[in-house]
Design a protein around this ligand. Sequence first.
Ligand SMILES: Cc1cc2nc3c(=O)[nH]c(=O)nc-3n(C[C@H](O)[C@H](O)[C@H](O)COP(=O)(O)O)c2cc1C
Length: 356
Amino acid sequence: MDWNTVHDKAKSVMSDAGLAYEDGNADIASGQADYDTLAWRRFGILPRMFQDVSSIDTSVTIGDQTLPTPLFGSPTAYHRLASADGEITSQNGMSRAGSFIVYPTNASEPVERFAKESHGAWWQQVYLFDDRATTEAFLERSLAQGPSALMLTLDCPGYKRDFGFRNSIDGTHEGESGNFPSMHMTDWTLNLATHITVDDIKRLIELSGLPVYVKGVMRPSDAIDAMEAGAAGVMVSNHGRRQVDGVVPVAYALPKIREALGPDATILADTGIRTGGDVFRALALGANAVGLGRPIQWAAAAGGEDGIVAIIDRITDELAHTMNSAGVAHVEDIDPSFLVPEQGPAAIAALGQTLR
Ligand SMILES: Cc1cc2nc3c(=O)[nH]c(=O)nc-3n(C[C@H](O)[C@H](O)[C@H](O)COP(=O)(O)O)c2cc1C
């Protein structure tokens, strides 16, 4: 199943409210919903000859985990929108495909049930509340279940704007929060922290003793600050275009962040990645591994665990094919020399200069 098939099938089984929430983003008004996907594809792939591509290796190592694919599940709220067992189905599908999901704080399944009924290593996504005690009480519950890393989301400050998609699942069974049963979607969004500092990264490291990745970084200076505070890595993401209407695509932010952090830093990326060719471009622009958000939920809706295994295998196969025909055998050898910005280097450089 490719992602188009998966999405069509998901549309036929998900509720209208669920689909509106899932597919929505902040750009609906300005019509740029697919802008990130298009931005990855503005980079043309430049094949290289005289290479031994008899054996293609798509595996990556993130921290102490080696995965057969550079794909993992980005944290997305409310997996029950897609399947009855929510995050359990998603994690079990990803684990069968050799990878994992970042389990969201705002999950459908409470963390205790999730950990008991799912297989394989998983990461915990962390949302900070204005009241840090609420965050820390939840973290205590989560840490007792043994996540292997934390991912702190930075780019979702308590928002007051009422995008229709955010509230479409308010009060529905699918929109019930497993970890905070008394909170509806709207309560959530209003209570998220409006001032996160690098001290919050330090505090999470101290509390958990785990690697802490920081998600939602788009500027090199923020990436440097996060790494200096002790982050294990950064995730370059614009939250699936769900925050800033008109946000810069990740494809343009990512290379600047790789340049600022140097070759050894762990950099993850997501938003708009749908095919093996998109993954190839993200790796060439500086990512070590890439997240899929909506496609995991669509795949779970379309075919449960099997659907997830099918989409991960499919996109990984597409990546292997691209590597084979572009002349690169190992993921870590995919570098910027494989890409040509189709809009011309000057246009891309001009965009890049607006980022600091
Ligand atoms: C329905 C939905 C819910 C999301 N919930 C969260 C969340 O709870 N925490 C978070 O850090 N990111 C959240 N995100 C953002 C994703 O982690 C990810 O950045 C985004 O989906 C990537 O883009 P893609 O969907 O195009 O792959 C959500 C995205 C979607 C689509």
